[in-house]
Write a protein that binds this ligand. Sequence first.
Ligand code: RB5
Length: 149
Amino acid sequence: MIVLGSDHAGFPLKEEIKNHLDANGIEYVDIGCYSPERYDYAVAAQKACDMVVSGEAKKAILCCGTGIGISMAANKVKGIRAAACSDYFSAKYTRLHNDANCLCLGARVIGSGLAFELVDTFISTSFEGGRHQTRVDQITAIENGEKIY
Ligand code: RB5
């Protein structure tokens, strides 16, 4: 299950992504926002990412104006590896190499066609593991306050 979230700026893109997921039979839960009224991105980020960390959702897809603010907030949640992406290569490799569990998109940066490509790639690409696991473990160690150098 995918969890979707956005602020007001990301709301229109989130709605389009929902239609795209519906058309492809992919299950999701939408934690809001539910209208274009002001809704702060950090709230959406924490709400969605808590569901990933608890295991209720496998991955989060978040939208704000740039994809950046919501990714910064998401990356403050322990266990989240969020990537703001606006190109296919990054969306693919953040799964292959970083085991990203949160994709962040900028509704004021990319169009819905590209967003759908990034969403599909992010959902369908598996982590490569191996030497990349070591690096992901280092990220986790930093998160846990360990010195890794
Ligand atoms: C909201 O106006 C905008 O600042 C927000 O969606 C996002 O772009 C922040 O990074």
